[in-house]
Design a protein around this ligand. Structure first.
Ligand code: ARG
Length: 579
């Protein structure tokens, strides 16, 4: 249930009935202290200022018109004219009761489903995925899953970099080390090393460099031999990425790959369109779009090269073709890009050109959701001890090993296989949650110790809370879905927990609107903490607990568990029955 929207509509209606013009919004927000109720409407203040009347008097008028019987136990005026809203116990009970057998835990589908293109992960295939690709892959995936859960049509676009001059040297090198006509399986096992070797030869050996350049031209011209070598290289590189996606529990599949080369044929058409509109003009032999919108301080428009003087196309040209495809072919309402903050200028340029040129539809919302850099504990960009880039696969494997060590310290009756499985879920979950829980736009420090702690906002803490409920449910021997009992709120911790549960839908709305997974992480952490407080104050399986209370509390625990699971699933983090 969208509580905020519901309360806003009610307060707005009362404001209008009290004579306030409808342009004044009710401004309903969560209260920051329990004595102010669960929600607070602050809009009357602004309205009173504009209407030049006494805010408290105006609030009194609004309150007289406010009908909150169904949802609130109490409404009152506070301070200069805030309206405090205390959610109704009865209403919370009913809401919670209804979500017991509901796989959506009471969350409704979007009223207006949109088509959302999500551009994420998008590694360059010349090299192996490194830690720089972690953030795009997991943040994008979480938002894609959240939008999908809300009922939007999500089209994943893995805009892989599979084209460009560096492929000339890569295929020339590949040709040399291939035995017979086929790729020696191990040659590309270490893609990073392969790239290094090719680059070294390119720099040191003049005839190799020449051949590499020749292959670029041939590749662009569609030469069969070069195309075949290129395809073999790409295939193996894509498999490397797929390994990472599998390990990471990221939903991207082959069908989601729409690499840069897929737009090759569209590039000359894009340039032609821009020229016809008078947007692209020749400047020193190149085709350039000058953007007044992004002029510098002196008023000089910003030049964006869309075709080089030799005829070659650029990263920006491909992105313009992608904008056209997503706008017109895919008919997207929203297009969300999860790309490093360092590409902000590039995104702004292509969005501006897209909108000016009608390559983009007027309706499409083009959104760059940037993210900061992952730092090492020394506060510098995350590197290996030797200063090299950290391969993503290696980082993930280390996470699993570390999680296994952590679990080995616990006294459990798990067998070998179970332990391995749990270590995988905890290790990968820890890396993902640590990243997703940070504000997307800031840099953050990668710390094994913090992310693998059972205390604080971490994956292990949430996964543990999940198993905790599971063990209570198991011990009770009761099948919750078959129980017909009432959820009754007795203790304040029960009310607090049910209130939190009721706020899941509002939370998810914020997450997808702003593309901020950290809001969901924070919510789940508070939910799990709320459960711990509830469980401490409200025993479930103790002898002196009435049957009524026991069943009610079991259902509350079950609802919490389902919400935790759903939230973690949206974040792409797995749960387990025990750990
Ligand atoms: N391949 C690029 C990189 O690794 C990211 C591509 C992002 N998507 C896009 N449409 N430009 O930096």
């Amino acid at each position: 249930m969208k509580i905020k929207q519901y309360l806003s509509e009610k307060v707005q209606a009362a404001m209008i009935a009290a004579g306030i013009p409808s342009e004044h919004a009710p401004h309903v927000a969560l209260s920051n202290k329990p004595q102010f109720g669960d929600y607070q409407a602050n809009g009357v203040l602004g309205a009173a200022k504009a209407l030049k009347t006494n805010p408290r008097e105006l609030a009194t008028k609004v309150l007289a018109e406010l009908d909150m019987q169904d949802i609130a136990d109490k409404t009152e005026i506070a301070g200069p004219g805030f309206i405090n809203i205390f959610l109704s116990t009865k209403w919370l009970e009913t809401l919670s009761q209804a979500s017991v057998n509901d796989p959506r835990v009471g969350i409704s589908m979007a009223e207006k489903p949109e088509t959302c293109v999500v551009d994420y992960s998008s590694p360059n295939l010349a090299k192996e995925m490194h830690v720089g690709h972690l953030r795009s892959s997991i943040i994008g995936d979480a938002i894609a899953r959240a939008l999908e859960f809300q009922g939007h049509k999500v089209i994943r676009q893995n805009h892989m970099g599979d084209w460009g001059t560096q492929f000339g040297m890569l295929i020339a090198h590949l040709e040399d080390i291939m035995s017979g006509g086929n790729i020696d399986g191990t040659a590309l096992a270490d893609l990073e090393g392969f790239y290094r070797d090719a680059k070294k030869r390119f720099d040191d050996e003049a005839d190799f460099a020449e051949r590499a350049r020749d292959y670029v031209v041939k590749l662009q011209g569609g030469d069969a031999r070069c195309t075949e070598l290129w395809q073999q290289f790409i295939e193996i590189s894509v498999q490397h990425s797929e390994d990472v996606y599998n390990k990471l529990n990221v939903t991207l599949t082959r069908d989601d790959i729409k690499p840069e080369s897929a737009y090759n044929d569209a590039l000359p058409i894009v340039i032609e369109k821009l020229q016809k509109l008078g947007l692209a003009v020749e400047s020193q032999g190149a085709q350039v779009v000058f953007l007044d919108e992004m002029a510098d301080k002196e008023g000089n428009p910003m030049p964006v090269i869309v075709q080089k003087s030799g005829g070659g196309y650029l990263y920006a040209t491909t992105d313009l073709a992608a904008i056209e495809y997503r706008s017109h072919e895919l008919a997207a309402d929203r297009c969300l890009y999860f790309i490093d903050a360092r590409q902000s200028l590039h995104m702004q340029q292509v969005f501006t050109i897209g909108k000016k040129s009608s390559l983009a539809t007027p309706e499409i919302s083009l959104e760059h959701h940037p993210f900061g850099t992952m730092m090492g504990e020394d506060g510098k960009p995350f590197k290996t001890r030797a200063g090299g880039t950290v391969k993503l696969v290696e980082l993930l494997d280390e996470a699993v090993v570390r999680a296994a060590d952590l679990l080995a310290q616990r006294d459990t009756d798990l067998d070998e296989q179970e332990r391995e499985e749990i270590a995988r879920k905890v290790g990968i979950g820890a890396v993902k949650f640590a990243d997703l829980s940070k504000h997307r736009t800031s840099d953050y420090i990668f710390s094994w110790k913090t992310m693998l702690s059972f205390e604080g906002a971490t994956a292990p803490y949430l996964q543990y809370a999940y198993t905790r409920v599971q063990s209570i449910l198991d011990k009770s021997g009761i099948d919750i879905n078959a129980v017909s009992a009432q959820i009754i709120i007795g203790e304040p911790q029960e009310k607090a927990l049910l209130t939190k549960l009721a706020q899941f839908e509002d939370t998810l709305d914020m997450v997808t609107k702003e593309a901020y997974p950290h809001i969901l992480c924070q919510y789940l952490y508070e939910l799990a903490s709320g459960f711990m407080s509830f469980y401490e104050a409200c025993p479930i399986l103790k002898d002196d607990v009435t049957e009524e209370s026991k069943l009610s509390r079991l259902m509350i625990a079950y609802n919490t568990q389902q919400a935790l699971k759903l939230g973690l699933t949206i974040l792409g983090i797995e749960t387990m029955a025990k750990m």
